[in-house]
Design a binder for this molecule. Structure first.
Ligand code: FAD
Length: 407
C-alpha cells in the first residue's frame, strides 16, 4: 500500500500552494498530492473570460507543470477518509497511509439543485462563469444580445467568490452601454442572500453601482427552475406574510451562479462539521478532533469568504503549524480571516474589497477601499495571474499580517 509523510488532498489553489511551500522549507519531506484533474485553472479570471476580456487558454496550465516537481502526484480522486487509521481510500480502491493530512478539495458546484439547469446550460442564452466549460459561452451570449431581459443569479450562501455573480452583471451592463443597447435592455440581479454583499461597509457603494447601470436588485430570491423551452426562470421567495411563493421571469440571457456545498465525500466523512465542511480551528487551521489533519480553502470550515486571496493568507499558517507539529512544538501561527474580492464594476474599474473575520475592512495599500479604481483593474487583470502562477503556487508567498482600516 502507498504511504507518505504528508498527503495533500486536492491540487488546486490551496493544495498546490501548501505542498510547494512545505517542500521549499523542507526539501527532504515526502509529500504526495492526490489530484484527479490533468489541468489547473486560474478561476479568478473566469469573470474576465465571460466578459470577453481574457483568453480562456491563459486560465489553464497542465497539472504536472503546476504541482511541485519533488512532490509525488497521485493521479486519482479521494473517495473516503478513515482518520482513526490515518488512511484515505481512493476512488480506484487503493489506500494511502499518512502521518499528516492536508484536506483541500474545494467546493462542489451543485448544478442539479435547479430543475432543468443542467439541460439548459450552454445554449439559448443560459450561461455561467462558474465552470471552464461554460465561461466562454457567457461572452458569446453577451455579444449576441440585442436587448431584452438579462437575468443574473446568485444562490444563497455558501459560494466561492461571493462577488462574482454581480461582477458579470456590471460587465454586461457596461458592455451594453458601450454598444448603445442599454435603453432596450432590462437587467435584473436575483440573489438568494439577504444583502448585496456580506460586509455591510461595501453595500451602499455597490448599490450605487447597481443604480448607475439601472440594474434591478432582487434579494431573497432563490433560483429553483429554468424552463429552457419557454425561456423562463423560476424563483422562490418569502412574501411579507412569511409565506413561500414562486415567481416566473422571462429571460433572453440568463447568467447562473450554481448552488454550492461541501464535496459529498467530505460531508460523509468523520472530518466534517454539521454543515459538511472540514472542521478546523479558525486560527490554526488544524482539525478540531484529529490533530494530524489540517484543512484550508473552500472545503474548510474557516468562517471567511471563500477565495484564492484567502488561501494565500491561510497557506503560510497551515504550513507553519504543520511543521511546528512535526517538530513537537506548539502551533503559533494564526489566520486572521483575511480574504479579498476584486469587485469588477466596469471594463477598466475594480473596487477591491479586503476584509478579515467579522467583516473588518483591511486594505493592503493606502487607497480608499470603496473607490472604483483603474489601478486595481490592472492588478486584477495583469499582475495577479503571473503572481499566482509564479509566486503563490510555488510556495514563495510570505506571511504578512494585516491591520484593520482606521475609520
Ligand atoms: P480549488 O482551487 O477549486 O481546488 C480544488 C481541487 O481539488 C481541484 O483541483 C479538484 O480537481 C480537486 N478535487 C476535487 N475532488 C477531489 C477528490 N475527490 N479528491 C482529490 N482531489 C479532488 N478568488 C479570488 O481570490 N479572487 C477572485 O476574483 C475570484 N473569482 C472567482 C470567480 C469565479 C467564477 C470562480 C469560480 C472562483 C473565483 N475565485 C476567486 C475563487 C477561487 O478560485 C477559489 O476560492 C480557490 O480556487 C479555492 O482554492 P481550493 O484549493 O480550496 O479549491
Amino acid at each position: 500500500s502507498l504511504s507518505h509523510q504528508v498527503v495533500v488532498v486536492g491540487g488546486g489553489t490551496a493544495g498546490t500552494t501548501v505542498a510547494a511551500s512545505l517542500l521549499r522549507q523542507r526539501p527532504e519531506l515526502d509529500v504526495a498530492v492526490v489530484e484527479p484533474s490533468e489541468v489547473h485553472y486560474y478561476q479568478p479570471a473566469f469573470t474576465l473570460v465571460g466578459g470577453g476580456t481574457y483568453d480562456m487558454d491563459s486560465t489553464r496550465r497542465a497539472q504536472k507543470e503546476t504541482l511541485p516537481e519533488t512532490a509525488t502526484w497521485i493521479h486519482a480522486g479521494v473517495a473516503s477518509f478513515e482518520p482513526n487509521s490515518n488512511l484515505i481510500t481512493l476512488e480506484d480502491g487503493r489506500q494511502v497511509q499518512y502521518e499528516h493530512l492536508v484536506v483541500a478539495p474545494g467546493i462542489k458546484l451543485d448544478w442539479d439543485r435547479v430543475d432543468g439547469l443542467r439541460e439548459a446550460l450552454g445554449s439559448n442564452g443560459v450561461c455561467s462563469n462558474y465552470s471552464p466549460e461554460t465561461a466562454p459561452y457567457t461572452w458569446e451570449c453577451l455579444r449576441q444580445f440585442r436587448g431584452g431581459n438579462a437575468i443574473f443569479t446568485q444562490p444563497p450562501p455558501p459560494l466561492k467568490c461571493a462577488g462574482a455573480p454581480q461582477k458579470i452583471a456590471y460587465l454586461a451592463a457596461d458592455h451594453l452601454r458601450r454598444n448603445n443597447l442599454a435603453p432596450e435592455s432590462n437587467l435584473q440581479f436575483y440573489s438568494g442572500a439577504g444583502a448585496l454583499f456580506s460586509v455591510p461597509d461595501f453595500v451602499p457603494h455597490l448599490q450605487k453601482v447597481m443604480d448607475r447601470y439601472g440594474i434591478g436588485v432582487n434579494l431573497g430570491h432563490d433560483l429553483v427552475a429554468v424552463d429552457a423551452e419557454r425561456k423562463v426562470a423560476r424563483f422562490a421567495t418569502t412574501d411579507s406574510n412569511g409565506e413561500r411563493t414562486e415567481i416566473e421571469q422571462p429571460y433572453d440571457l440568463l447568467h447562473v451562479t450554481p448552488h454550492q456545498t461541501a464535496p459529498d465525500f467530505v460531508k460523509q466523512s468523520p472530518l466534517a462539521n454539521a454543515d459538511g465542511w472540514v472542521d478546523v480551528d479558525k486560527g490554526t487551521t488544524q482539525h478540531t478532533r484529529y490533530p494530524n489533519v489540517f484543512s484550508l480553502g473552500d472545503a474548510s470550515s474557516l468562517p471567511t469568504s471563500k477565495t484564492a486571496a484567502a488561501v494565500r493568507k491561510q497557506a503560510p499558517v497551515t504550513v507553519r503549524n504543520l511543521l511546528a507539529r512535526m517538530d513537537g512544538q506548539a502551533l503559533s501561527a494564526q489566520y486572521d480571516g483575511y480574504t479579498s474580492c476584486p469587485l469588477v464594476t466596469a471594463y477598466g474599474k475594480v473596487m477591491l474589497a479586503e476584509f478579515m473575520y467579522d467583516g473588518v475592512v483591511t486594505p493592503t495599500l493606502p487607497l480608499s477601499p470603496f473607490s472604483e479604481s483603474r489601478f486595481y483593474w490592472v492588478v486584477k487583470k495583469h499582475l495577479l495571474p503571473p503572481f499566482y502562477w509564479n509566486q503563490m503556487l510555488r510556495g514563495k508567498e510570505p506571511d504578512i499580517a494585516h491591520k484593520p482600516l482606521k475609520s
